[in-house]
Design a protein around this ligand. Sequence first.
Ligand code: ADP
Ligand code: MG
Length: 233
Amino acid sequence: MIQIKDLHKSYHMGSNSLHVLKGINFNVKEGELVSIMGSSGSGKSTLLNILGMLDEADRGSYVLDGVPIKNLNEKIAAKYRNEFLGFIFQSFNLINYKTAVDNVALPMFYKGINRKERVEKARHYLEKVGLADWSHHLPSELSGGQKQRVAIARALASEPKVLLADEPTGALDTKTSYEVMDLIQGINDEGKTILVVTHEEDIAHMTKRIVNLKDGVIIDDSPVEQVRAKQHV
Ligand code: ADP
Ligand code: MG
């Protein structure tokens, strides 16, 4: 599903430059649930933004679902982004003056889906995340966990091949974090390919494979059982 080879990325600020990704190699197969774990500043968001086609690498290759992602014009990039990818963010990114159902339905408007179908699908996905009774509430009337569920429903509604989540539990308390991760696990059980960026080890342990990023380099990439076994030695 995802193949990246020798990915490099630097940021340039005036005469300074910061080499953030220093040759990243990894593949993700269809149906995997992978975490990219590392401390703050290790390059996780930079990597996820490249995978999400929100940014481009300086060097290396990225193939998504068989399509080389390189020098695409903005229109084609937007098309692939809409078709292939769903995004979940730490800060939910909901529209405050729209109800849950309208938040979930909005991206489908931009895909040209008619109103009836948009609302039907939005209701379906809200039900899936356990919020059927909350569809007419505004984000301000929802808890953090409920807001993230709305954001997950919104990401699912576009039926992406891959879900990309950047610190999806970063703004939630521990119990709510685990509930959101339970939901993400359930979505993965149904076959969805999911990448979760986190700096929290317990969250990473709720995925099936942990890619450990440190200072822009992958220092470990192992199935979660193997990571656990090593820690218990
Ligand atoms: P993480 O998500 O793991 O915390 P990031 O990928 O956000 O790490 O950032 C990695 C490094 O790159 C940090 O030192 C950060 O300050 C820097 N950085 C991130 N985005 C930019 C940017 N747009 N311009 C300059 N520096 C950036
Ligand atoms: Mg980050």
